[in-house]
Design a protein. Structure first.
Length: 255
């Protein structure tokens, strides 16, 4: 049993011990430091096209923000978080920009489950939850072995407790991994990247006017109808119709 425990600790240490590599400043970084944000934006756009990484989108979002292009900044930060939900800097900057958007539509879902999703589950990557699945699955196997094979009652109780914790943890991390995968593949989320976007309560957009959406607002596309009209879900849970023009999906076509 002692050897099994040592083997388990070795596996955990090798999984969490990732090397850190130094990153040299790019042309965009140098332009950004010199406050030449237009040049920095062009360089970061080229970097995104060449290598669409979380860091590249984060830098692009910073350049858009400095140029007061808040809708495009929100879009870039969300694309950064799609590739790496663990990017705390991108999440912080996204919250900062969204908190200062004009006439932002508040989110009505303030439940405990929503708080758990936004502050814990959605802030970790698929790789993180996959590691968790492996760890809890291994814990359940070890716990089951102690429970069924140990001769001492105390060790049996400890093994049973570990088995139960492992099963519960395995279930939670599996569901969280599924959600992380769903978020990565989500093609319905879009950001308003024009200065404003009119909405209507009817599909032909000739009925009662809905709320005007301003740049930086994040919505979910429910359905695409005729004549470039889409049905969207607002952050407050209200469904309206608007023009597809002015909405930019988080997931790019080439991805």
């Amino acid at each position: 049993m002692r050897h099994l425990i040592l083997f388990f600790l070795f596996l955990v240490s090798t999984m969490v011990g990732q090397p850190i590599h130094a990153v040299s400043p790019t042309a965009g970084d140098r332009a950004y430091e010199e406050k030449n944000f237009t040049q920095a934006l062009q360089s970061y756009q080229a970097e995104v096209l060449a290598n669409p990484s979380s860091a590249a989108y984060y830098n692009l979002g910073n350049a858009h923000y400095r140029l007061k292009e808040y809708g495009k900044a929100v879009l870039a930060y969300r694309r950064s978080l799609r590739l790496d939900p663990d990017n705390a800097d991108a999440r912080h900057n996204l919250a900062l920009v969204e908190s200062n958007l004009p006439k932002a539509i508040p989110t009505t879902d303030n439940s405990l489950w929503q708080a758990l999703r936004s502050r814990w589950i959605d802030t970790h990557s698929l790789a993180f939850w996959t590691y968790g699945i492996f760890i809890f699955l291994l814990l359940s196997f070890l716990g089951f072995g102690f429970w069924r094979l140990a001769s001492k009652i105390f060790v049996q109780k400890l093994g049973f407790s570990s088995f139960v914790i492992g099963i519960l943890g395995f279930t939670f991390t599996t569901l969280s991994a599924y959600r992380a995968l769903s978020l990565y593949n989500d093609t319905s989320t879009a950001v308003v990247t024009t200065s404003s976007l009119s909405t209507s309560t009817t599909e032909n957009r000739k009925g009662k006017a809905g709320p005007t959406l301003y740049e930086g607002t994040t919505v979910h596309i429910l359905d695409k109808t005729a004549q470039q009209t889409v049905q969207i879900l607002l952050p407050n849970g209200v469904s309206v119709f608007c023009s597809e023009t002015g909405l930019t999906p988080i997931v790019e076509n080439q991805q």
